[in-house]
Design a protein around this ligand. Sequence first.
Ligand SMILES: [Zn+2]
Ligand SMILES: [Zn+2]
Length: 347
Amino acid sequence: MRAVVFDAIEGQPEVREVPEPSAPPGGVVVRVMATGMCRSDWHAWAGHDEITLPHVPGHELAGVVASLGAGVQRWAVGDRVTVPFVCGCGRCDWCRTGQAQVCPDQQQPGFTHWGSFAEYVPLHAADTNLVAIPDPVGFEAAAGLGCRFATAYRALAGRAKVTEGEWVTVIGAGGVGLSSVMIARALGGRVIAVDRNPAALAVAAALGAEHTVLTTTVPDVPAAVADLAGGGSHVTVDAVGSAQTCADAILSLRRRGRHVQVGLLPPVDGHPRVPMARVIGWEIDVLGSHGMAAVDYPEMMALIAAGRLEPQRLIERTIGLSAAAELLPVFDRATVAGMTMIDPRLV
Ligand SMILES: [Zn+2]
Ligand SMILES: [Zn+2]
């Protein structure tokens, strides 16, 4: 099969013929129909995750079950499926109680094993981790769910528990940020989007952000949010992951506000400075969010099938494997307004 492969950390990825995977016991092989590129793929390429070389990235995928390993009960060849980027083991206490997103024995395609920038990808513990794609939902929309959209959904609905009329400030208008804008609106929130890219803010406004803050002209984000939201936001999301964006988000909250950290703060940048004095003095809740377990997908999938959430609107472009290999090394600097989707059937 064809796959995007790199042989060294920060080495140039290339499209290459590699052996097709076989289904692990309890797992499946999925023929990839769509797979998203995300900053986490760049982090793995840049050496911020423990990976084995050579490596195939890719963790946001949708496709068709191509073969079954021994013992799979719930799935058949030909089923249309997607998967959370955190795949639980299916056996531990967390998996058995519906919290596979924090499974201590988790697998992540594109990190713990070869991922979906390829024609086929192996997935573990299929009965725990696969999610059926309803007929009205396309492969590209479903591929967009596995990491950023589901993470944003869990961050706002499951962790921050956004309610009608609350101000939600989203810092970073990339894939997870724009997903957050759309989901916060669907939950009844009033959204302020913050970014350094005017094109990304225009997309955020089109998706329902009531206000936008361009950081290149308005550097004091907390002051701007305090003005717009009448004393600060009820909820903030740092969808970027830097000391600056994390601090801006926490300092943009009103008293007793809730902050959700979604953007990764890579250890290579040193331990991030977090304004803990404000967290204590104003009784701020600081929440983490790490994907979403397959058992929690049906509620979100129903909103998508009903047209109340439209993840396909976040897709900016679809490229083939060769273009993906070119793009990966510069993806941290790419100013894309929305998601980049890969179709492995394209050259
Ligand atoms: Zn587990
Ligand atoms: Zn991702």
